[in-house]
Design a protein around this ligand. Structure first.
Ligand SMILES: CC(C)(COP(=O)(O)OP(=O)(O)OC[C@H]1O[C@@H](n2cnc3c(N)ncnc32)[C@H](O)[C@@H]1OP(=O)(O)O)[C@@H](O)C(=O)NCCC(=O)NCCS
Length: 220
């Protein structure tokens, strides 16, 4: 599925010694390509706590996961900083678009063995994830109907530096240009940093189910 497929643009990436701030002219946003998948996996693992089941997946599986969102109606926006000699360092990303639940379902089917192995290695996390999924199904009838354009994931390697907010604003501006009226997302109710970032970008709470808020922002 949404393994997009890409403009295979080679970028030489390395971690910058100093984050010079968001106003630095060298920081910019661009669409990720398949060549960026290792950076997406690295940032994901740095940003998401090990409470998050996906952070326990091997890097190769995470790369495969994000590959499903590179194109065909969804995209990955990458924040990169020039670090000299034409090289750049990836500092954050946001994944969003249409058909997100279907892409996740396809990934789960096609990577079921990797997911099973991770569950066996981390039984407590797997049990928690399974319980949450079951609770979510049991209360499915009560939920607010989600919009079809969703933010799947956003993560930065240096929190609180303004990169997340910049990615969110760029996503909303891009959605508006594409005539999308509403962007939705799910967030764990205990993820206060993310919830604050979403409020700051104009999202509002629409629903709560099984430990997760569903939030929406109007693009207009
Ligand atoms: C959520 C996340 C992407 C935000 O990115 P960020 O670069 O840290 O966010 P920003 O610095 O742009 O801050 C945006 C807003 O978030 C809020 N915020 C950010 N960090 C905060 C903190 N530590 N405490 C309270 N509010 C915070 C502020 O309201 C801020 O708005 P302001 O700049 O107008 O004050 C980042 O915290 C992250 O990677 N978290 C781990 C991964 C994750 O949980 N993703 C969300 C999954 S649903």
């Amino acid at each position: 599925m949404s393994l997009h497929r890409c403009w295979l643009l080679f970028v030489n990436l390395r971690v910058p010694e100093v984050l010079t701030g968001l106003d630095a002219p060298s920081l910019h946003l661009r669409l990720a390509t398949a060549a960026d998948l290792p950076d997406l996996a690295r940032i994901h693992k740095e940003a998401y706590s090990s409470n998050h089941f996906t952070a326990l997946l091997p890097n190769a599986t995470l790369e495969r996961y994000y590959g499903y969102f590179l194109g065909d109606g969804s995209e990955v926006l990458l924040a990169v900083q020039q670090v000299g000699d034409g090289a750049e360092a990836a500092l954050g990303f946001a994944v969003y678009g249409q058909g997100i639940p279907e892409r996740i379902a396809l990934f789960k089917r096609e990577a079921s063995q990797d997911i099973l192995m991770t569950s066996i290695r981390h039984p407590f996390s797997a049990f928690r994830k399974l319980t949450a999924a079951l609770c979510s199904r049991l209360t499915a009838g009560a939920a607010h109907n989600p919009t079809d354009f969703l933010l799947l994931s956003i993560a930065v390697s240096h929190k609180g530096g303004g990169i997340g907010g910049r990615l969110l604003r760029a996503m909303l501006a891009g959605a508006l240009k594409a005539n999308v009226k509403t962007v939705g997302l799910y967030v764990n109710a205990d993820n206060l940093n993310a919830i604050n970032a979403y409020f700051a970008a104009g999202f509002a709470l629409r629903d709560y189910r099984s430990g997760q808020f569903y939030m929406e922002a109007n693009c207009e």
